[in-house]
Ligand binder design. Structure first.
Ligand SMILES: CC(C)(COP(=O)(O)OP(=O)(O)OC[C@H]1O[C@@H](n2cnc3c(N)ncnc32)[C@H](O)[C@@H]1OP(=O)(O)O)[C@@H](O)C(=O)NCCC(=O)NCCS
Length: 361
């Protein structure tokens, strides 16, 4: 636990992140803050590549207006002590009609400066701004115990629980993997697996529909509260371009039925320059109509074989799963994935939370 440092909330400086007008030493201060909070959560992991971190901050998220603020302790602006962010759907985003009343936020405070009212102050400012933009709700995800306590205190409703699961490459049981590959081929003999890094133009519309549907079909604690993102070819290409800028490779395996339909997929993301030992498992899923033939197991097994044969630096695979997604968790458990961190998602109704915040001193 790091030592506390007193802050005077009347002295702090809050600045919008404006990529075109950054102070010369901004990145140095930001990396110091970012790396400290990263080590708090993942003390044994290596640090993210600074260049990639900078690209991520500047690039933003496709389909969202993302507003970031940085907090300095005082006007000397020696160090960044907190970062806050809120995001709302763009009016031209395909999911706008579904998501226009919702927003996402995140507040991260250097542990030395917590429990002195800064979180409350930043949250108050965020809910005021998203309300002005026409939102009725806001939500956040957090791994930190302090974040969970804070969200409960300020009136958040728990809407989902996830676990970050990790699989060490050296612990993979290759006998199980080979059995799953063989069973998959036996149970679905007319299905072929295909792979790509860039989505082929001929499949892009179908892949976007697949991802949209698969995400909708993931069970969560409260299915009524699910955020429904919609993938379109334009958005998908934007994501691909962003990943390329960051130096990330996105590798996907799909299952294609005899009639040509794409029934399932699994994807990973990795980099040769940003923590190359870490493989990020992305979306895996089989459409409801095509389940019950062990396709999910086959896809996951095939991906592990790819990683073993083609990514020599890989040491572990990281995946985040909803705790309420029984089928995916059962597959991951049998593959040897182990829980690493619990993450909780909270949703806030703005009118309720504003009243509550006004009552809190
Ligand atoms: C969550 C976070 C932003 C809160 O910021 P903060 O400045 O420490 O919070 P505040 O001082 O404004 O706390 C407001 C109230 O929340 C509750 N609270 C905050 N942290 C808590 C903790 N660790 N344990 C129990 N209650 C806590 C308290 O009731 C507190 O009021 P009190 O101190 O008068 O009892 C900060 O702890 C943090 O950066 N955590 C890691 C990042 C994170 O999880 N962010 C996601 C949530 S947005």
């Amino acid at each position: 636990m790091s030592e506390k440092e007193k802050i005077d909330l009347t002295e702090i400086i809050i600045e919008h992140f404006d990529q075109d007008n950054l102070a010369e030493d901004f990145w140095e201060k930001y990396h110091a803050f970012n790396e400290k909070t990263h080590k708090e959560l993942f003390p044994n992991d290596s640090l993210p590549n600074r260049k990639v971190v900078e690209i991520n901050l500047v690039t933003g998220w496709p389909d969202y207006h993302v507003i970031r603020d940085f907090v300095y302790k005082d006007s000397s602006k020696k160090k960044i002590i907190a970062h806050s962010i809120y995001a709302i759907n763009r009016e031209d985003a395909p999911g706008y009609e579904n998501n226009k009343h919702n927003s996402f936020f995140y507040i991260l405070i250097d542990s030395r400066f917590r429990r002195q009212g800064l979180g409350k102050l930043l949250f108050k400012s965020i809910i005021g701004k998203v309300k002005e933009k026409g939102c009725k709700f806001t939500e956040t995800d957090t791994y930190y115990e302090s974040g969970k306590e804070f969200c409960k205190k300020i009136g958040g409703k728990l809407i989902n629980e996830h676990t970050e699961n990790r699989l060490q490459m050296e612990e993979i049981d290759w006998k199980v993997i080979n059995e799953w590959r063989n069973e998959g081929k036996e149970k679905a003999p007319m299905v072929v697996l295909e792979n790509f890094i860039i989505v082929p133009e001929k499949d892009i519309v179908e892949i976007c529909e697949l991802e949209t549907n698969l995400e909708r079909q993931i069970p969560t604690l409260d299915d009524k509260e699910k955020w429904t993102d919609i993938y379109t070819p334009e958005k998908k290409r934007k994501i691909e371009r962003n990943r390329q800028k960051q130096g990330y490779i996105n590798y996907t395996i799909i299952s294609r039925e005899y009639n040509g339909t794409i029934s399932g997929m699994t994807e990973i993301r990795y980099s040769r320059t940003d923590r190359p030992e870490r493989i990020n498992q992305g979306l895996t899923g089989v459409l409801e109509d095509f389940r019950g033939r062990d396709l999910g197991k086959w896809l996951k097994a095939e991906m592990l074989v790819y990683i073993e044969n083609h990514i020599p630096d890989a040491r572990f695979i990281v995946t985040s799963n909803s705790d309420h997604n029984a089928s995916m968790n059962s597959i991951n458990e049998r593959l040897g994935f182990k829980p690493f961190y619990n993450e909780s998602s909270y949703k806030f109704r703005l009118t309720t939370v504003i009243k509550r915040m006004n009552k809190m001193t």
